[in-house]
Design a protein around this ligand. Sequence first.
Ligand code: ZN
Length: 149
Amino acid sequence: MPELRELYQELILDHGKRPRNFGKLEGANCQANGYNPLCGDKITVYVNVDDNIIQDLRFEGVGCAISTASASLMTEKCKGKSLQEAETLFHLFHELLTGEVGEESAAELGKLSVFSGVKEFPVRVKCATLPWHTFRSALQGIGEVVIKE
Ligand code: ZN
Protein backbone atom coordinates (compact mmCIF):
# COMPACT_ATOMS: atom_id res chain seq x y z
CA MET A 1 0.00 0.00 0.00
CA PRO A 2 1.43 3.35 -0.95
CA GLU A 3 1.45 6.00 1.73
CA LEU A 4 -1.48 8.39 1.75
CA ARG A 5 0.97 11.15 1.05
CA GLU A 6 2.08 9.45 -2.16
CA LEU A 7 -1.50 9.06 -3.31
CA TYR A 8 -1.96 12.77 -2.77
CA GLN A 9 1.10 13.52 -4.80
CA GLU A 10 -0.13 11.22 -7.56
CA LEU A 11 -3.45 13.04 -7.75
CA ILE A 12 -1.69 16.39 -8.04
CA LEU A 13 0.72 15.06 -10.67
CA ASP A 14 -2.13 13.48 -12.64
CA HIS A 15 -4.20 16.68 -12.69
CA GLY A 16 -1.07 18.73 -13.36
CA LYS A 17 -0.27 16.66 -16.43
CA ARG A 18 -3.78 16.02 -17.69
CA PRO A 19 -5.89 18.94 -16.48
CA ARG A 20 -9.67 18.53 -16.66
CA ASN A 21 -11.89 21.26 -18.07
CA PHE A 22 -8.92 22.82 -19.82
CA GLY A 23 -9.49 25.23 -22.70
CA LYS A 24 -11.58 28.25 -23.47
CA LEU A 25 -15.27 28.19 -22.58
CA GLU A 26 -17.31 29.63 -25.43
CA GLY A 27 -20.18 31.79 -24.25
CA ALA A 28 -18.79 32.31 -20.75
CA ASN A 29 -20.48 35.23 -19.00
CA CYS A 30 -17.70 35.77 -16.44
CA GLN A 31 -13.96 35.55 -16.88
CA ALA A 32 -10.78 36.79 -15.29
CA ASN A 33 -7.03 36.55 -15.73
CA GLY A 34 -4.74 35.69 -12.86
CA TYR A 35 -1.01 36.04 -12.54
CA ASN A 36 1.37 34.82 -9.88
CA PRO A 37 4.68 36.67 -10.38
CA LEU A 38 6.46 34.53 -7.80
CA CYS A 39 6.23 31.45 -9.97
CA GLY A 40 5.12 32.80 -13.34
CA ASP A 41 1.74 31.04 -13.31
CA LYS A 42 -0.79 32.59 -15.67
CA ILE A 43 -4.38 31.52 -15.82
CA THR A 44 -7.67 32.54 -17.37
CA VAL A 45 -10.82 31.23 -15.70
CA TYR A 46 -14.09 31.13 -17.65
CA VAL A 47 -17.40 30.73 -15.90
CA ASN A 48 -20.93 30.43 -17.08
CA VAL A 49 -23.34 31.42 -14.33
CA ASP A 50 -27.05 31.08 -14.74
CA ASP A 51 -29.78 31.16 -12.13
CA ASN A 52 -27.20 31.47 -9.32
CA ILE A 53 -25.58 28.18 -10.39
CA ILE A 54 -22.14 27.64 -11.90
CA GLN A 55 -23.28 25.87 -15.03
CA ASP A 56 -19.83 25.51 -16.51
CA LEU A 57 -16.30 26.34 -15.54
CA ARG A 58 -13.10 26.02 -17.56
CA PHE A 59 -9.60 27.41 -17.49
CA GLU A 60 -6.54 27.82 -19.64
CA GLY A 61 -3.06 29.09 -19.06
CA VAL A 62 0.50 28.17 -18.35
CA GLY A 63 1.57 27.25 -14.87
CA CYS A 64 3.41 24.83 -12.66
CA ALA A 65 1.97 21.44 -11.70
CA ILE A 66 0.50 22.78 -8.46
CA SER A 67 -1.40 25.67 -10.03
CA THR A 68 -2.61 23.53 -12.94
CA ALA A 69 -3.74 20.70 -10.66
CA SER A 70 -5.43 23.15 -8.32
CA ALA A 71 -7.33 24.73 -11.22
CA SER A 72 -8.29 21.34 -12.60
CA LEU A 73 -9.64 20.05 -9.28
CA MET A 74 -11.35 23.38 -8.63
CA THR A 75 -13.29 23.19 -11.89
CA GLU A 76 -14.35 19.61 -11.13
CA LYS A 77 -15.46 20.56 -7.64
CA CYS A 78 -17.33 23.77 -8.39
CA LYS A 79 -19.23 22.85 -11.53
CA GLY A 80 -22.93 22.68 -10.69
CA LYS A 81 -22.49 24.41 -7.33
CA SER A 82 -24.33 27.56 -6.31
CA LEU A 83 -22.45 30.83 -5.95
CA GLN A 84 -22.76 30.57 -2.17
CA GLU A 85 -21.36 27.04 -2.14
CA ALA A 86 -18.42 28.15 -4.29
CA GLU A 87 -17.73 31.03 -1.92
CA THR A 88 -17.75 28.61 1.04
CA LEU A 89 -15.34 26.29 -0.77
CA PHE A 90 -13.05 29.22 -1.52
CA HIS A 91 -12.83 30.04 2.18
CA LEU A 92 -12.37 26.40 3.22
CA PHE A 93 -9.61 25.93 0.66
CA HIS A 94 -7.89 29.07 1.89
CA GLU A 95 -8.12 27.82 5.45
CA LEU A 96 -6.71 24.46 4.40
CA LEU A 97 -3.61 26.17 2.99
CA THR A 98 -3.05 28.67 5.75
CA GLY A 99 -4.15 26.91 8.91
CA GLU A 100 -6.06 23.91 10.11
CA VAL A 101 -9.42 22.66 9.01
CA GLY A 102 -11.68 20.38 10.99
CA GLU A 103 -12.79 16.92 9.86
CA GLU A 104 -16.11 18.22 8.66
CA SER A 105 -14.50 20.88 6.49
CA ALA A 106 -12.00 18.36 5.13
CA ALA A 107 -14.89 16.09 4.16
CA GLU A 108 -16.56 18.97 2.35
CA LEU A 109 -13.35 19.73 0.47
CA GLY A 110 -13.03 16.09 -0.61
CA LYS A 111 -10.21 15.65 -3.13
CA LEU A 112 -9.16 19.26 -2.61
CA SER A 113 -7.75 18.19 0.75
CA VAL A 114 -4.72 16.83 -1.13
CA PHE A 115 -3.35 20.37 -1.09
CA SER A 116 -2.99 20.46 2.69
CA GLY A 117 0.67 19.38 2.33
CA VAL A 118 1.35 22.48 0.26
CA LYS A 119 1.17 24.74 3.29
CA GLU A 120 4.66 23.57 4.26
CA PHE A 121 5.86 25.48 1.19
CA PRO A 122 4.61 29.08 1.48
CA VAL A 123 5.66 30.01 -2.05
CA ARG A 124 3.61 27.10 -3.41
CA VAL A 125 0.55 28.23 -1.49
CA LYS A 126 0.27 31.13 -3.96
CA CYS A 127 0.34 28.65 -6.84
CA ALA A 128 -2.50 26.64 -5.33
CA THR A 129 -4.68 29.62 -4.47
CA LEU A 130 -4.18 31.52 -7.76
CA PRO A 131 -6.97 29.66 -9.62
CA TRP A 132 -9.38 30.27 -6.74
CA HIS A 133 -8.62 33.99 -6.52
CA THR A 134 -9.04 34.24 -10.27
CA PHE A 135 -12.31 32.30 -10.17
CA ARG A 136 -13.64 34.56 -7.43
CA SER A 137 -12.58 37.69 -9.31
CA ALA A 138 -14.42 36.43 -12.38
CA LEU A 139 -17.60 36.01 -10.34
CA GLN A 140 -17.19 39.48 -8.85
CA GLY A 141 -16.65 41.05 -12.26
CA ILE A 142 -12.99 41.85 -11.63
CA GLY A 143 -11.12 41.05 -14.79
CA GLU A 144 -7.58 40.87 -13.50
CA VAL A 145 -5.92 39.56 -10.37
CA VAL A 146 -2.24 39.58 -9.48
CA ILE A 147 -1.04 37.65 -6.45
CA LYS A 148 1.06 39.79 -4.15
CA GLU A 149 4.11 38.67 -2.24
ZN1 ZN B 1 3.31 27.92 -9.55
